[in-house]
Design a protein around this ligand. Structure first.
Ligand SMILES: C[C@@]1(CC(=O)O)c2cc3[nH]c(cc4nc(cc5[nH]c(cc(n2)[C@H]1CCC(=O)O)[C@@](C)(CC(=O)O)[C@@H]5CCC(=O)O)C(CC(=O)O)=C4CCC(=O)O)c(CCC(=O)O)c3CC(=O)O
Ligand SMILES: NC(=O)C1=CN([C@@H]2O[C@H](COP(=O)(O)OP(=O)(O)OC[C@H]3O[C@@H](n4cnc5c(N)ncnc54)[C@H](O)[C@@H]3O)[C@@H](O)[C@H]2O)C=CC1
Length: 197
């Protein structure tokens, strides 16, 4: 069976510099996805024309910089990540090549083959975050799985995380003992949560 070989990571976008090229519907979707997860993400968005909804969103996030003009080579100079969301595949290919030579990670919204990383569907409950990828096969299925998990994971999961953090900091003894205690007290957590629901 084919399998998903992508390696998931959770990025701290407050301390990285992200560039989005494109200010239409897809640019808006990518910017929204970033800010929903990381409201303080440092993002620069460059596009020949920028939708009003993007301008509104940027007003609520003062660290987001908008430039309403064509992409320029030097937009890449100080960036760690780049997301391409224009309607111009040739431009995407050219920018992807330039970014690659600078070792900047690239997402090309309309061309999975040119992507170094994909965005995923995300479930967030307090400190808990679950990312879902279908390996690019079906973003709609990723969205459905997000909805399913969002319903299934108890809303008070963050209370569990806070309690576990306290217990984790208090347990004395060697590492193996600590792991055993933490495993023991969480063995029945999901079943218990299902009963309470
Ligand atoms: C490869 C990937 C690269 C990337 O964008 O990172 C990619 C690529 C493409 N998406 C396309 C279309 C759609 N994308 C969505 C939605 C989402 N797309 C997202 C991620 C990804 N999309 C990455 C793979 C993720 C994975 O591994 O599963 C999500 C999860 C995250 C996010 O974008 O924030 C977000 C759901 C968030 C949520 O709600 O939970 C919908 C549905 C909808 O909006 O309801 C449609 C219309 C239905 C359809 O076409 O399937 C097209 C065709 C464009 C065209 O036809 O021109 C391409 C290009 C292609 O596949 O060739
Ligand atoms: N990955 C995904 O989730 C999806 C990807 N797509 C694809 O994404 C692409 C973009 O779609 P839309 O946002 O709807 O298009 P759009 O036409 O609304 O927006 C295109 C944007 O690119 C900008 N642009 C074009 N040339 C530019 C340049 N040289 N420099 C700077 N900005 C430039 C335009 O000013 C505009 O802001 C399409 O190719 C579409 O097929 C579409 C749906 C979902």
């Amino acid at each position: 069976m084919e399998r998903n070989n992508l390696f998931p990571v959770f990025l701290k976008l407050e301390s990285l510099d992200t560039l989005i090229v494109g200010g239409g519907n897809v640019g808006l979707e990518k910017l929204s996805a970033i800010l929903k997860n990381s409201p303080l993400a440092k993002v620069t968005l460059v596009a020949r024309t920028i939708q009003d909804s993007i301008k509104e969103l940027a007003k609520a996030h003062p660290q987001v910089k908008l430039f309403e003009r064509n992409f320029k080579l030097w937009d890449l100079w100080d960036k760690d990540l780049v997301l391409l969301a224009t309607d111009n595949r040739i431009l995407h290919e050219a920018i992807q090549k330039l970014a690659r030579t600078r070792r900047i990670l690239v997402n090309v919204a309309d061309t999975p083959d040119l992507c170094d990383f994909y965005l995923g569907s995300v479930v967030t409950k307090g400190n808990l975050k679950i990312g879902v990828s279908t390996n690019g096969k079906s973003p709609t299925v990723a969205k459905r799985i997000r909805e399913y998990l969002d319903e299934a994971i108890p809303d008070d999961t963050n209370v569990l995380l806070d309690n576990m953090q306290k217990i984790r900091n208090q347990i004395k003894g060697d590492f193996n003992h600590k792991v055993k205690v933490l495993n023991d007290i969480t063995t029945t957590w999901l079943e218990d949560a299902a009963v309470v629901k």
